[in-house]
Design a protein around this ligand. Structure first.
Ligand code: ATP
Length: 143
């Protein structure tokens, strides 16, 4: 199987390091699909879902922003924050979303709207990934 090396690091830890078949990342100018032997590339990421395909299975992670570089059949992501689906605390994301919604709804003159919208997007993405994992992990009805 044709693969490329994917490494994801944050300032705090190495989140992922393995050979993968495909990556789909939330680039600031749109979604980026990357397959092995992709041309060299460097771009910024926005908060969103990062899809990793390994052994024919898709895994989704939350990436809050950062940089992605493709160079010599290696993809490196320097993320501001990144969590695998089983690391996401749904309750915390729900609370973060509530705070962001409240800030946007009751906006004051000094509100940094871009920052609030970004916090909302981070929370929304975390919730979507965590819920999808939960529904997939659930046994079929009647089992
Ligand atoms: P909060 O307001 O709950 O801190 P945030 O969107 O401001 O959310 P970030 O700045 O994106 O948080 O991340 C700060 C750190 O907390 C990172 O290490 C990130 O991985 C972790 N983190 C944030 N929210 C969650 C969550 N719901 N579940 C697990 N880890 C989280």
């Amino acid at each position: 199987m044709v693969t490329m090396l994917l490494e994801i690091v944050t300032a705090e830890r190495e989140v992922y390091s393995d050979d993968v078949e495909a990556v789909n990342a939330p680039g600031v100018e749109g979604d980026l699909g990357i397959l092995p032997h992709h041309a060299p590339l460097m771009t910024s990421l926005q908060p969103g879902e990062l899809m990793i395909r390994k052994d024919g299975r898709d895994e989704y992670l939350m990436v809050s922003g950062g940089f992605l570089e493709v160079m010599g059949n290696r993809v490196t992501i320097l993320a501001d924050a990144c969590e695998r689906s089983d690391e996401i605390d749904e309750q915390r994301a729900q609370e973060a979303m509530g705070r962001a919604q409240e800030r946007i709804a009751n906006r004051t003159a000094d509100l940094d709207l871009e920052q609030a919208a970004s916090a909302f997007r981070r929370a929304e993405t975390r919730l979507r990934i965590a819920r999808r994992r939960r529904t997939r992990a659930a046994p079929p009805p009647g089992a």
